[in-house]
Design a protein around this ligand. Structure first.
Ligand SMILES: [Mg+2]
Length: 381
């Protein structure tokens, strides 16, 4: 079998898909994207495709090595995301070739269903109790929300009180047997995180995500030790080496993104590194159906998996949503807060190619907002 053709599709709301065609009729799909930089990743995929054309798609690990190391310069979000999408598509092809779900090729399923969480509250959460109640009514067992909107570098007593009050309101709706995770989005300084986390501890969040920016990984150890709240990070880390410092700092949860951190091949290694450090895996995935399908395969093959993010109904999905691009929504159906272990060959989803080609003609130019503090200076989003 040889790779014949590689195409990319920029589809709303903000995604990029790739399609790898083989000379034996098997087609694999991947999702190589950095949100807000889709056209840059698209160019990277085009360059990497030069190498893949004519190659045997079943030599996934060999191609991963060449694609990540063969260009001399390596790592970072653009290249790692381009490789991630191509890697997903190669695993999709391998699964179809061997007529097995990808998780079967990774050693077989270690669970029957995958726990997922939903987002509430958008970029600047305010009144979230009703949104949480709706998720509970829909059967969800866990939600996640941003801790706050724009945050002062050293938040006022009022800002901190608002974060705690919002979490308390959500805990009230959820009760003791469901979970809420809180995403700081790197908006806090380390000093602010040390001040806020002890106040959150009595409300028992599942984890607090990105309490500091990824470039401040060297400060994570202090944050881990300042409070019993489990710390999560990793959506802006791109390979197993990037996770060394957070894991040594003692984070409880790592959150590699299947479309940013080198795909299935690398995330399974990140999961093993986390297992070595007693940490759990909760892949980041505010993306499309292929990234979610790849995440589910990893969830089924990973003993130290905790929970999976999904984007159905997320605030970013304006104009198009995750299920718009699959021929059959059943493999991604959420029941009682879980998705059943994938059964179909490859990634286990059938992409609606006509819908994808149609959507690509419209394309998108999604950019994240740029926030400012009251004095006009840049604020983390
Ligand atoms: Mg996040």
């Amino acid at each position: 079998m040889k790779i014949e053709k590689i195409e990319t599709f920029a589809v709303p709301p903000r995604w990029l898909f790739c399609r790898i065609q083989t000379d034996q009729g098997i087609v694999g799909w991947g999702e190589p994207v950095v949100e807000g930089r889709a056209e840059v990743v698209r160019a990277a995929v085009d360059v990497l495709a030069e190498y893949l054309i004519g190659e045997d798609p079943l030599r996934i690990e060999h191609h991963w090595q060449v694609l990540t190391r063969g260009g001399f310069y390596r790592g970072g979000p653009i290249l790692s995301s381009a490789v991630a999408g191509l890697d997903q598509a190669l695993w999709d092809i391998a699964g179809q070739h061997y007529n097995a779900p990808v998780h079967a090729l990774l050693g077989g399923p270690v669970r029957d269903r995958v726990r997922v969480y939903s987002w509430v509250g958008g970029d600047e959460p305010d009144q979230v109790a009703d949104a949480v109640a709706a998720q509970v009514a829909a059967g969800m067992t866990a939600v996640k929300m941003n801790a706050s909107g724009r945050m002062s570098p050293l938040p006022t007593a009022g800002e901190v009180a608002a974060i705690v009050a919002r979490l308390a309101a959500v805990r009230e709706v959820l009760g003791p047997d469901r979970d809420v995770a809180l995403d700081f989005h790197g908006r806090a300084t380390a000093a602010a995180a040390r001040r806020i986390l002890p106040e959150l501890a009595p409300l028992h969040p599942l984890f607090v995500e990105e309490p500091v920016l990824p470039e401040h990984a060297h400060l994570l150890h202090d944050i881990v030790t300042c409070s019993p709240v489990p710390i999560a990070t990793g959506e802006r880390l791109y390979n197993r080496t990037d996770f060394v410092e957070p894991l040594r700092a003692g984070v409880a949860v790592v959150q590699p993104d299947l479309s940013h951190a080198g795909g299935i091949s690398e995330v399974r290694r990140i999961a093993a590194a986390a297992e070595t450090h007693g940490a759990l895996l909760a892949p980041h995935c505010p993306l499309g159906p292929i990234a979610l399908a790849a995440s589910l395969q990893i969830a089924c093959a990973t003993p130290n998996f905790l929970i999976q993010e999904h984007s159905i109904g997320i605030h970013y999905n304006a104009g198009a949503d995750l299920l718009d691009y699959v021929a059959d929504p059943e493999p991604l159906r959420i029941l009682h807060g879980h998705i059943r272990a994938p059964q179909g060959p490859g990634l286990g989803v059938t992409i609606d190619e006509a819908a994808v080609r149609r959507a690509d003609r419209a394309g998108h130019a999604w950019r994240n907002p740029v926030w400012r503090h009251d004095d006009g200076s840049f604020a983390e989003w």
